[in-house]
Design a protein. Structure first.
Length: 304
């Protein structure tokens, strides 16, 4: 009869994501910073490492581990499932950055997702998010039949290259953004949680994000890694202040991951210093991970 180990602490439910320049810096921070809690997710994009704090020890879930430890067990066996939420968030972070997971932590193939229909939000292969306006099945001259998704603006994408965006977490993301704002007001490090919520809303519900930005109580000036730029941020770059309209990750032809943002000058002077219309800026993920930038980030209203 097999013995199932008893969890050593409370089940982790909402791990915070922390980002670092090196696994050495991350390891040191987990030993002395009070804001990094058991189960929090640790991302070191420059070294291709993502993991979480397993009690007192940073543990990697990726094929590269740098200065982190490795767990030696399958995902569901980590402390008998105590860190399931940490594993899930770490997987999401690694997938977004194109960082390969150790085979033990790759999600098992689940049911095939339902086909996208009109009204769904989809993430296209270039990292842009769109709403499906119509769907058609087209057979090419060579006899290949594919399902195509037509989106706003008139462009079309092969359905098999797109992913459905989960829009069921919009209300929770709004609450997360407000709670992160409360943390910031209390002097607690909440800008990354706020950024994650804004990025999710930018993909899943841009209208909700726009309303949140309109009703924001103010902005906070931050220095953050380029990878953590969120839609509605104001980015300081090229001698101008730039509204960040969208952010994402694209996979290039050689499989490399590219970070990108669509931006537009805040004022006429900013647009004269750059471009009069919205434009894209991009950088390889490896470089973007170590590139720190200055932004102004919205502060949504406090939670009720």
């Amino acid at each position: 009869m097999s013995h199932r180990p008893t969890p050593t602490g409370p089940t982790i439910t909402s791990p915070t994501v922390h980002r670092f320049d090196s696994t050495g810096d991350a390891y040191d921070a987990t030993q002395c910073r009070d804001d990094i809690a058991d189960g929090d997710v640790l991302v070191v994009a420059r070294e291709g490492v993502v993991g979480f704090l397993n009690r007192a020890w940073p543990a990697a879930l990726t094929t590269e581990h740098g200065e982190f430890h490795t767990l030696g067990v399958f995902a569901h066996e980590v402390e008998d499932g105590q860190y399931a939420a940490s594993v899930r968030v770490a997987r999401e972070q690694a997938e977004a950055l194109g960082i390969p997971l150790d085979t033990r932590y790759r999600p098992k193939p689940g049911p095939k997702p339902r086909p996208a229909v009109v009204g769904d939000r989809i993430l296209c292969s270039d990292g842009t998010a769109h709403t499906v306006c119509s769907v058609d099945t087209i057979t090419s001259h060579s006899g290949v039949t594919r399902r195509w998704l037509f989106v706003e603006g008139g462009s079309a994408w092969p359905a098999d290259t797109c992913k459905l965006i989960d829009t069921t977490r919009v209300a929770q993301a709004c609450e997360d953004a407000r709670r992160a704002t409360a943390s910031i007001h209390w002097g607690i490090d909440g800008q990354y949680d706020l950024g994650d919520a804004l990025c999710y809303l930018g993909q899943a519900a841009p209208d909700v994000l726009a309303k949140m930005a309109d009703e924001a109580t103010g902005r906070i000036r931050l220095e953050i890694p380029r990878l953590d730029i969120a839609p509605t941020d104001i980015l300081y770059a090229h001698g101008a202040r730039l509204n960040v309209l969208a952010v994402g990750f694209a996979t290039l032809g050689d499989g490399a991951q590219q970070w990108w943002a669509t931006v537009h000058g805040v004022t006429e002077d900013d647009r004269r210093a750059t471009y009069p219309v919205p434009w894209d800026t991009g950088m390889a993920v490896d470089y973007a991970a170590g590139d720190w930038v200055e932004v102004e980030r919205i502060l949504p209203g406090l939670p009720a």
